[in-house]
Design a protein around this ligand. Structure first.
Ligand code: PRP
Length: 174
């Protein structure tokens, strides 16, 4: 960890402002309704905690965990659910919260999985979006920041399980 060369990409105040903006947008869009917010473990838990506390509408929370398999850090395009939600979502308004979209494999799989439960609506909010890395076309409904390729850590994102706890987002320098 100490040997990880990294530079701040998004400091705390920039993150906090953007999270508040997204939360205001979501609160307006769902005015008068109750959301079920589903976080994708592990990376999304910090963003989700900040986001839901900035909402001005009520919500319930649940979590899923999705594993994707491939060689090294590259996704093969296969994903599998290793922890399912514990809430009935039929007829409900669902917001999936993710820390980062990369190839699009995880969210494509999860959206299809959850749609089979017949929610009333289903949208996706991602803190970071690496648009250029897509292998499957996927558009999130709410995005914190669009970023270029590069390894980012902090604010829930890890490198070999390290650095999730950092309150800022850093980019790792080679
Ligand atoms: C990361 C990230 C997303 C997924 C995005 O999860 O949190 O869930 O990869 O990649 P994709 O768009 O290529 O599918 P990871 O498997 O590293 O697990 P973690 O959240 O526990 O760190």
């Amino acid at each position: 960890m100490d040997k990880m060369h990294k530079e701040i990409l998004f400091p705390r105040d920039v993150i906090a402002r953007r999270v508040q903006e997204i939360a205001s947008q979501i609160s307006d869009d769902y005015n008068g309704r109750e959301l079920i917010v589903i976080g994708i473990l592990k990376g999304a838990f910090i963003f989700m905690a900040d986001l839901i506390r900035a909402l001005s509408i009520p919500c319930k929370v649940d979590f899923v965990r999705v594993a994707s398999y491939g060689a090294g850090s590259e996704s093969s395009g296969k994903a599998v659910l290793t922890k399912d939600i514990e809430t009935s979502i039929k007829g409900r308004d669902i917001l999936i919260v993710e820390d980062i979209i990369d190839t699009g494999v995880t969210l494509t799989y999860l959206v299809n999985w959850l749609k089979e439960r017949n929610p009333q609506s289903l949208k996706v909010c991602a803190f970071l979006d690496k648009r250029k890395r897509r292998k499957i076309s996927f558009e999130a409904d709410y995005v914190g920041f669009t970023i270029d390729d590069g390894f980012v850590v902090g604010y829930g994102l890890d490198f070999n399980e390290q650095a999730r706890f950092l309150p800022e987002v850093y980019i790792i320098k080679q």
